[in-house]
Design a protein around this ligand. Structure first.
Ligand SMILES: [Zn+2]
Length: 294
C-alpha cells in the first residue's frame, strides 16, 4: 500500500479553516488524503458576530467556547486539527492602535514559526495551504500566518534551521487561498440577480477596487459536492457566524452550477506542474508516492 498524500492547512483562528478551503479539505479527506489543520491562535479576541450568541456567559468563556466549536467543525470536515498555542492579536480599530502585548502578530518570526516548523516535520505534508502576503484581509494574525507559513515551507527541510524542531521535511507545494475574488462574487451576484434571488453582494462588489489580482488563480479544485460540509462546519462556529447572514444567501445548487471550485495561487513548487491545475497534488502523485493513486 502506498503512503497517503498529506495536506496541511495553516490558519490564524478557529473558523478560518471553515471559510477558506473547507470543501477542498473535505474532498481530499474523502479521497483518502490525510489533512491537518494548524490553528495558530485560540481566537480569544474575536468578537461575537452572531446576535443569538451575544450573551455574557458565552463572552466570559469565549476561549473554551471556540475550542468546542472548532472540535465540532473538525469532526464535520473529517480533518485532524491542532492549536499551535499563540494568543489572538485582535483586529485593531485603526492602524495606529498598538497590538496587545504578547499576541501572535508581535512575536519575532523565529518564535512564531517554530511550532509550525515542528508540526511540518512531524506531519510531513506534501502540500501546504495558507493566506497570501496581504493576509487575504488585513488582520494582523492573517498577515503573520502568511509569514510563518512561508518561513516553515522554506526552513522545514533545512537541517541547519530550527534544529530543535525535529527531523527535516521538505513540503513540495505552497498555495495561497484565492476564494474571495471579485470575479467569483460578480458571477454569483449576476446569477442570483438573473434568477430573481435577492443578492446581498452588490454593495460589497461596488466597493471592491478595480485592479488586477495580485496573485492570479492557478488552480481550481472542484469540490461542489462538499459545499454542505463546508457550510455545516462554518455554522459550527456559532459565535462567529450568523446563520441568517451574508454567507448563506446564495443557494448551494446555484453555487455548484456557477462556481463549483475553490481556487488557489501556486506560490511555490518544487515539482513540475502545468498551469492551470485542478488538483493540489498535480506533479506529486507520480513523483513521490508510488504506486500512483487510481
Ligand atoms: Zn481569522
Amino acid at each position: 500500500m502506498s503512503a497517503p498524500l498529506r495536506l496541511m492547512a495553516v490558519h490564524a483562528h478557529p473558523d478560518d479553516e471553515s471559510s477558506k478551503g473547507a470543501a477542498t479539505m473535505a474532498r481530499y479527506v474523502a479521497e483518502g488524503v490525510d489533512v491537518l489543520v494548524c490553528t495558530l491562535t485560540g481566537g480569544e479576541r474575536g468578537s461575537i458576530l452572531n446576535p443569538k450568541m451575544d450573551r455574557p456567559d458565552i463572552l466570559e468563556n469565549i476561549g473554551e467556547v471556540r475550542r468546542l466549536e472548532m472540535e465540532r467543525a473538525r469532526e464535520i470536515l473529517g480533518v485532524q486539527q491542532r492549536f499551535l498555542g499563540f494568543v489572538d492579536s485582535g483586529l485593531p480599530e485603526d492602524e495606529n492602535e498598538p497590538l496587545p502585548e504578547g499576541c501572535f502578530a508581535l512575536q519575532p518570526i523565529e518564535v512564531a514559526a517554530a511550532p509550525l516548523v515542528a508540526a511540518v516535520r512531524e506531519f510531513r505534508p506534501h502540500v501546504i495551504l495558507t493566506y497570501d502576503d496581504d493576509g487575504g484581509y488585513p488582520h494582523p494574525d492573517h498577515i503573520m500566518t502568511n509569514r510563518v507559513s512561508v518561513e516553515a515551507f522554506e526552513a522545514a527541510g533545512d537541517p541547519d534551521r530550527y534544529p530543535e524542531a525535529g527531523e527535516p521535511w521538505q513540503p513540495l507545494k505552497l498555495y495561497y487561498h484565492m476564494g474571495f475574488t471579485k470575479e467569483r462574487f460578480e458571477a454569483l451576484h449576476e446569477a442570483m440577480t438573473t434568477r430573481g434571488i435577492g443578492s446581498p453582494y452588490a454593495d460589497w462588489i461596488s466597493r471592491w477596487e478595480d485592479r488586477p489580482q495580485k496573485w492570479p488563480v492557478t488552480t481550481r479544485v472542484p469540490c461542489g459536492d462538499y459545499f454542505e460540509a463546508r457550510d455545516a462546519a462554518l455554522l459550527a462556529h456559532a459565535t462567529q457566524v450568523d446563520p441568517d447572514g451574508f454567507w448563506f444567501v446564495c443557494p448551494r445548487e446555484l453555487q455548484r452550477e456557477i462556481w463549483p471550485t475553490e481556487d488557489y495561487h501556486l506560490a511555490r513548487s518544487l515539482v513540475d506542474t502545468e498551469l492551470p491545475e485542478d488538483d493540489l497534488f498535480t506533479g506529486i502523485h507520480a513523483e513521490r508516492v508510488s504506486p500512483a493513486r487510481p
